[in-house]
Design a protein around this ligand. Sequence first.
Ligand SMILES: NC(=O)c1ccc[n+]([C@@H]2O[C@H](COP(=O)([O-])OP(=O)(O)OC[C@H]3O[C@@H](n4cnc5c(N)ncnc54)[C@H](OP(=O)(O)O)[C@@H]3O)[C@@H](O)[C@H]2O)c1
Length: 231
Amino acid sequence: MRLLIVGDGKMGRAVAALAATRGHEATIIGREENAQGRGLTAERVRGYDVAVEFTRPEAAPANIAGLIEAGIPVVTGTTGWDAELPRITALVEERQGALLHAANFSVGVHLFLRAARALAGEFVGREGFEGFILEEHHAAKRDAPSGTARALQQRLRDADPSRPYPITSVRAGAIPGTHTVSLDGPFETVTLQHTARSRDGFAAGALAAAEWLPGHTGVYTFDAMLFGDRR
Ligand SMILES: NC(=O)c1ccc[n+]([C@@H]2O[C@H](COP(=O)([O-])OP(=O)(O)OC[C@H]3O[C@@H](n4cnc5c(N)ncnc54)[C@H](OP(=O)(O)O)[C@@H]3O)[C@@H](O)[C@H]2O)c1
């Protein structure tokens, strides 16, 4: 495949490195070449099978819109632009384009979310246990709590509305990402944890999405791709 990677940062480079090992041809477009998303013209993106976008919240909507208008399927992992999703969804539908978005491209995290929901369900009606979430990330991560922690909290509350599952965020060092759910009682603690060891898990998931998306139309989440339920 010919892959266009938008964003010359940590994730863009990780996806490009992995793509090369899988026999794909990857080209990275950085911010200098793409101020305000203006570098993503139909002419510039011609010949690519799919684009993978990892930039910044303020840049992602313009990048995605430009790529959709140019007729190229888009996988994006940029977080923090959820408010723009309805407008982008309408554009994708109008152009009969393809978009797959996810705040977390780790397969293990999506399995962890399902397991956490089942765990919370088991504690429904069990008095004396308090539930809480701890999320830990590297010091440079801008948003807190993480999008994954918010998704985790939502699933836990859906399974057990009686427990609020408050979130505590830690920003320190170089931690790629750790999410923990605990239920603590007077004599014992039950803990479920997901630990990312590196960015490569996110890059592998984004690349799997890029291999899957061409040939589809509409808006998909990674969850929908993994488990078959369209959102
Ligand atoms: N979905 C997931 O699994 C996952 C995993 C990790 C991270 N993320 C998210 O992915 C995003 C990127 O993360 P990262 O760690 O790669 O951040 P990063 O290292 O800061 O890289 C972002 C890059 O995007 C560039 N950029 C900004 N505007 C651009 C534009 N209009 N066109 C092209 N490039 C542009 C930035 O350039 P400048 O520095 O010059 O502005 C920077 O090089 C963040 O939102 C992060 O939260 C998602």
